[in-house]
Each structure stands twice: as C-alpha cells, then as structure tokens.
Design a binder for this molecule. Structure first.
Ligand code: ASP
Length: 441
C-alpha cells in the first residue's frame, strides 16, 4: 500500500503545523511520499512565503534593497527549524540562495525556493530523504511536463530511498533551469507523483475537512461532501464553487487513483473522496441524492418574440446565435417557448455592447419584439444519484414554490447530474439556503 500526501501552505505555516504533519505521516506506514508547499499564513495579517518571494524578485529586478523581506523569509524558516529542533543551517542556506541574486535572476527560481527550503526542513523532521523536484519533475521546453521521464526518475528515486519528501510547485527543463506551475501548483506536483508511483491514494491535506456541499458564506456550517465524481466536481466548479480544479488532478484521474481531501487540523475527519465513479453505492446509504449546490450571479436574459413563428424558429435561432457569436457573447442557456427564444449569458459580456446589440435585434425585421432582463442568478443542484430517479425536480420546484421564489429558467442536462434554475439575483442566497435545507438534511 502506498499513499502520496501533499500538504498545502496552511498546513506548514509554523512549527505546530509541522508537528501535526509529522503525526499524520507517522500514523500510517503507507504514507511514504510527501509533497510540500511553501509555508502559508499563520493568521489573517500574515504573509505567504511565496508572495514574499515574488516581492523579492520585483525588488531585485528594479534594484531596490530587499534585505527587509529577505529577513522575513529567513526568520520564518529559522523559527520552524529551531522550534522543531532541527540541525539544518537554514539561515545560511536562505542567505546564500536569496542574498546574492543579480538583476537577471529568474523569477521561477526565486519563488520555487519557498517549497525547496520547506522540503529540506520537513525531510529532516520526518527522517525521510529530501529529493529536489528538479531531479525528477521534468518539463519539455514548451512548458509541458514530460510525464514519462518524470515518472521514471521518481520511481528510480523511490526505489532507492523508500520514504521521501519533495517540494511541490516546480520542476526543471532538461537543461536544469527551474520552471514553476501556476500558483497553487503543488496540487499538480502531488498528482503527478501519485500517478508516477501508481499510488493507492493521493491525500491532499489542507485546512478544511473536504469539499463543502455549499458555499459556507451562504449556509452556516454546511455538510462535507463524502464522495464526488470528477464530472460532478466539474459542474460545481464551473458554477463557481471553489473546489480543487479537476485539471490539477488529471494525472491521477487518468490512472483511476482516488483523491482524498483531508484536514491537517482535524485528521480524524474522513474528508472528501474524488473518483471517476463509485460502483459500490447502495441507494439506502445515500438517500441525500444531492452532492452539492453552487451558483453564480450576474446573468442576463434577452427574450425574443415572433408571433406565429412556427417552422421559422430554427432560422430565427440561427440568426440570433450568429449575432451573439459576432458580438463575442458566451451563451449559457437557450430556453424557448412556442413563439419565443431566450438567450441567457453573463451580464459582464455585454457591458460595452448592450445598446448596439439591442439596437441590432430591434431593427431585425423577423423579430416582433425583444427585451433584456438583467440581475439573474443561476443555481446548479448537482448529484450523480439524481440520474434516472423521479421526484427530484418536483422536490426542487416545490421547495422554491413553498418559499415564493419565482423560477425564471430551468435546465437539466441529458446526463441528469445537474439541474439548473435561474432566479432573480435578490433571491439568490435564499434559494441556495432553501435548496440546501430541503436536500442536505
Ligand atoms: N506556494 C505556491 C503558491 O503559493 C504553490 C502552492 O502552494 O501550491 O501558489
């Protein structure tokens, strides 16, 4: 059994967080490969090491003295090192690496050091082998990860050392030059490592006990999603839920390795499991049917009428869609009636073109009238277990009807994992709460 673990910045922010990581790793013998981010904020007024490193780069580039920021970085690591009782001479290491950089120093190299120093300390603390990510995670010169080569190198290293700590967020081009992923990229490193080693599970340790069913700013203390499929995750993140982006874990998805989102501050919580599908599901166990609820504000609808349109509807629809294409407006939904078609889109996308667009529609002879309604919100009710089951949409509409919430649009994809309703934005939060209350309990 092999578990690959990635710890995010908040799990590594100080020595007490380091101690929690050690407990978690030592609790299970299968936890043999650890990927670390750079130390994050200790409190809301604090700074992330990575942000400080970006600042250091900017100072160097513009010739501004960066000693102040350098000492903030150095002190963070020195404190962790001291309080964890480690012997690494981290202060000299930080000074050497960041103290003598010239104007051309690469930003990727500088910011990657956050993870590097953190991994050096964590490796000593756990008694695992430190492995520089530059020694295994290899990028092609076009910036794509060379998966085959990276996997081979990591497997060889793991065979030799058994238990390793490696920094997240960066790797190297074939010439050794450091290259970083986008911000938050340690998640990707963890997924590549888990896929390369064909781990049994990829544990992604953070500061929440998994993915929440709904935005906690709208519903207080919502339940955690125990299991979610990639398709559901995609629907939820598309609709604005801040969940792990499915692209970041693509390498493990390809190999069908489950991802488990866990909380470093509450390791007893089982967290959320993300998987392609769950074949063992018993209906009785999952009577909730709904996986999550997510929503976005700021949509608009244009309703277009043409009386007795009949067979000509297709032509009208084509004309309207061509117009939206020409104006570069992304169409979200196209609800239609007997003599009308409506187009729903993000309000932002017509901000500067509103009057031109409406003018063009109104001067079209094949349209009787059209009107624009702004301030619409879309809410998605997502759940793989809704498919082929009767009564779910009935329950949704009853709950909204009982609470006098007017539904402006309704849509359900043919895969039946998502039902979307459009409501006036002033009803947005209330709609989310009503839906959560009727399904989560
Ligand atoms: N430390 C990097 C960042 O703050 C990468 C990561 O944490 O995943 O974006």
């Amino acid at each position: 059994m092999l578990k690959v673990l990635k710890f995010g910045g908040s799990s590594l922010s100080d020595s007490s967080q380091f101690a929690k990581v050690k407990d978690i790793v030592e609790y299970d013998d299968a936890r043999q490969v650890v990927i670390v981010s750079a130390p994050g904020k200790r409190n809301s007024g604090d700074n992330k090491i990575t942000d400080l490193l970006y600042l250091i780069h900017a100072h160097i580039k513009y010739g501004v003295n960066h000693e102040n920021i350098l000492s903030m970085v150095r002190d963070r690591y020195a404190e962790i090192c001291r309080e964890c009782g480690l012997s690494a001479d981290i202060e000299s290491m930080v000074n050497e690496v960041l103290g003598s950089l010239d104007k051309n120093a690469s930003v990727d190299y500088i910011v990657s050091r956050g993870e590097y120093f953190c991994a050096v300390l964590m490796a000593e603390y756990l008694g695992f082998k430190f492995v520089d990510a530059a020694d295994w995670l290899t990028f092609d010169y076009d910036g794509k990860v060379d998966n085959k080569l990276s996997a081979q190198k990591l497997r060889d290293i793991k065979d030799v050392y058994g238990r390793i700590v490696t920094p997240g967020f960066y790797g190297a081009f074939p010439n050794g030059e450091i290259h970083v992923f986008p911000r938050g990229g340690s998640d990707i490193t963890g997924a590549i490592a888990a896929a390369s080693l064909e781990a049994d599970i990829y544990e992604n340790w953070t500061d929440v006990s998994g993915i929440l069913m709904v935005d906690p700013r709208i519903v207080k203390d919502p339940k955690t999603i125990a299991r979610v499929t990639y398709d559901e995750l995609r629907e939820l993140s598309y609709m604005g839920a801040s969940v792990l982006h499915e692209d970041t874990v693509f390498p493990v998805r390809l190999k069908d390795i489950p991802v488990n989102i866990r909380n470093t501050n509450a390791p007893e919580d089982p967290g959320t499991i993300i998987q392609e599908s769950f074949d063992d599901e018993l209906q009785e166990e999952h009577e909730r049917f709904i996986t999550g609820i997510a929503g976005k504000k700021d949509f608009s609808i244009i309703n277009i009428y043409k009386s007795r349109i009949g067979d000509a509807k297709l032509g009208l629809l084509r004309q309207v869609l061509e117009l939206f294409d020409r104006y570069d407006i992304p169409v979200e939904q196209i609800p239609s009636g007997v003599d009308s078609v409506s187009v729903l889109f993000p309000s932002e996308s017509i901000k500067t073109k509103k009057y031109d667009l409406m003018h063009e529609l109104k001067s079209n002879e094949s349209i009787d009238s059209c009107e624009l309604t702004e301030g619409i919100s879309l809410i998605a009710i997502v759940g793989r277990q809704m498919a082929y089951r009767t009564g779910i949409s009935g329950k949704i509409f009853k709950a909204l009807g009982d609470n006098k919430i007017n539904i402006r649009t309704i849509e359900q994809g043919a895969d039946e994992i998502n039902i979307m309703v459009g409501v006036y934005s002033e009803d947005f939060e209330r709609t989310v709460r009503v839906l959560y209350d009727s399904f989560a309990m």
